[in-house]
Design a protein. Structure first.
Length: 126
C-alpha cells in the first residue's frame, strides 16, 4: 500500500523571513530546500513573490563577496610579486655591472670564465 504524500504549507511570515535570509546571505536556496524539505522551485517562487530584488523585468547581477575578495587578494599578490621582481632585477643589474667593472679592472671577461667548472684546489690559479 502506497503512503500518501503529506502536503505542507508555510505561513507567509515564514516565507518572507526565509526570503529575507537569502537576500542578506544568511542562508541559500539549497539550504532552505534541504532543511525544510521544499523544492528549489518552491523557494524560487517565494523569492519571486516576496523579494524586492526578484521582480519581473528587473535584472540583478550579484557577485559573490568571496569572488570580489579573491580578486582583490590576487591583485594585491600580483603587485607584491611585481615589486619583488623589480627588486631582483635591480640586484641582477647591479651584480652584472659589478662583474663587468671587475672584469675591466682585472683585464678578463669574467662572464665567459663563469661557465668553467670550479677548480679542485690543487691547480694553480691566476
Amino acid at each position: 500500500m502506497q503512503e500518501k504524500a503529506i502536503r505542507r504549507t508555510f505561513s507567509e511570515e515564514f516565507r518572507r523571513k526565509k526570503v529575507w535570509e537569502i537576500e542578506n546571505k544568511l542562508t541559500t536556496v539549497s539550504q532552505i530546500s534541504r532543511n525544510y524539505n521544499v523544492s528549489r522551485t518552491g523557494v524560487y517562487y517565494w523569492l519571486k513573490k516576496y523579494s524586492k530584488y526578484y521582480q519581473p523585468s528587473l535584472k540583478v547581477v550579484l557577485q559573490m563577496e568571496s569572488e570580489e575578495e579573491k580578486t582583490k587578494k590576487l591583485q594585491s599578490r600580483i603587485a607584491e610579486l611585481e615589486r619583488a621582481l623589480g627588486r631582483k632585477q635591480m640586484e641582477l643589474d647591479y651584480l652584472n655591472k659589478l662583474i663587468e667593472l671587475e672584469g675591466k679592472r682585472l683585464g678578463a671577461d669574467l662572464k665567459k670564465k663563469a661557465g668553467l667548472p670550479p677548480l679542485n684546489g690543487s691547480e694553480q690559479t691566476d
